[in-house]
Design a protein around this ligand. Structure first.
Ligand code: ASP
Length: 351
């Protein structure tokens, strides 16, 4: 019990699961029940264009996996989104390495790639791994060779903006090397905030037949050790779909998520009766408790000092999202409206 986050902690620093679910969940639950069988597309906060596109394709009767992949491709192709695909921030060698997974509910099949270089749309390659091989996950050079065999063209994914961010970080890394630190006028630029920058897009959907699918795609942590693989391409961590129950996906600190099989856990909680939002919160609570065993992950108050978010849809079309710390939104197209809504949260961020 020593390592459990006490009820008092929840009350002191944020709101407990019950209260958080009440704040944003009840509305969603009621809406889902009323509109059983309706289509939904849910994504991380950077996914508003993805949910729009996904819904457009669901309305045309497209497979939910094709719908969500087409949605995230918009973000993968966007040089201004620094967390995914082209324009993504590179590893410590200045090389962009991408991770992605897809999962298709009706066939309970999945595919993934990790540490993939020079290919803009890892999510498309992940789908081909699923469809054209007897494997689930291809990595590194093998993944690149596979992509090229399927006609993907190699491109330089490092935009000037991302290269400069990498260079500035490298320059300020140490005063015991031959690199001079950034000039003062450069230090004030956005690169300062690039430390520990990371990001991902997850997108999950349910179609009019009640079939589910999902995709997660990312460039992972900025300045990661080359070869580092996050949670996004790990089925059960960054993404999980069970067509009888629901779909879940994640963004945020991948290591914490991998160690707790987060997305699987969310779907598992939904299978035992939790609403999507409750399932996300319960999973975050479990991860927060386990993090107590690793003091380097904790802030002065003994709470996780990292961000992690989950998104979920159940078989009835109810949806929800929750995050470790307050202040996030996620994207949802509920069939009527495409919007960003507040995520429930485990801990309230101090102003
Ligand atoms: N989950 C991603 C990873 O660990 C990063 C993120 O979503 O911010 O690679």
């Amino acid at each position: 019990m020593k390592n459990k986050l006490s009820r008092r902690n929840f009350l002191k620093t944020g709101i407990g699961i019950g209260a958080a679910a009440v704040l944003t969940g009840r509305k969603n639950m009621a809406r889902g029940a009323e509109e059983k069988g309706k289509m939904r597309v849910v994504a991380s906060g950077n996914g508003l264009r993805a949910t729009e596109k996904g819904m457009e394709l669901l309305r045309q009767g497209k497979d939910p996996l094709d719908a969500v992949i087409a949605g995230v491709n918009i973000v993968e192709n966007d040089p201004n989104d620094r967390s995914v695909g082209y324009g993504g921030l590179p590893n410590e060698d200045g090389v962009v390495e991408l991770d992605s997974s897809v999962m298709h509910g009706p066939t309970h099949n999945g595919g993934a790639v990790a540490s993939l270089r020079n290919i803009k749309n890892p999510s498309k390659v992940a789908k081909i791994v699923m469809e054209r091989t007897d494997h689930v996950l291809l990595v590194g050079r093998g993944a690149l060779r596979f992509a090229k065999a399927h006609g993907f063209k190699e491109e330089n994914l490092l935009t000037d903006r991302a290269r400069e961010a990498w260079l500035r970080r490298k320059e300020r890394l140490s005063d015991r090397d031959f690199w001079f630190p950034p000039k003062p006028e450069e230090a004030d630029r956005e690169f300062a905030s690039f430390f520990d920058f990371h990001g991902t897009i997850n997108c999950i959907a349910i179609d009019a037949n009640g079939d589910l699918a999902g995709v997660t795609t990312t460039s992972g942590f900025f300045f990661k050790i080359p070869g580092r693989v996050g949670d996004s391409p790990i089925i059960g961590a960054g993404l999980y779909v069970d067509n009888d129950v629901g779909a879940a996906g994640s963004t945020g600190r991948g290591e914490a998520n991998i160690l707790n099989c987060g997305s699987f856990q969310v779907v598992n909680f939904m299978s035992r009766g939790s609403s999507p939002e409750e399932a996300c919160l319960k999973t975050l609570e479990r991860i927060a408790n386990k993090s107590k065993l690793l003091p380097r992950l904790l802030n002065e108050e003994g709470l996780p000092r990292f961000g992690l978010s989950f998104y979920a849809i159940n078989k009835k079309g109810e949806y929800g999202g929750a995050t470790m710390w307050s202040g996030s939104r996620y994207a949802v197209h509920d069939g009527k409206e495409n919007k960003r809504v507040p995520s429930a949260y485990l801990f309230k961020r101090k102003k």
